[in-house]
Design a protein around this ligand. Sequence first.
Ligand SMILES: [Zn+2]
Length: 104
Amino acid sequence: MSVNKPDFYYASDYAGLTFKDGGFYYGYEHNICQECGNKNNGESCENHVDADRYWCFTAKLPNIEKMIVIPFNFLGTKDMFDVVANLNMGIGWILAKYNLVLHT
Ligand SMILES: [Zn+2]
């Protein structure tokens, strides 16, 4: 695969789009405890093992060290398990909120 070619992937509980030096992801691997807001990596909250969790959209952008995390309840979509819709909405929020500069 060419290093500049994006790669889209999905399954029943996650979806992602990777590209050179970054990527977008939505799914169970990044989630937030609905009881306390703890961020968890694919596991239950250490304080609330049985609590429901919001799956999260994440974005890793080139030249930005910090990962952007948007939980499902902030995406404005209807179904937490519609992973492709939630991935797309997350990308939409990135495009809406960030000043992007094209490098030629
Ligand atoms: Zn918790």
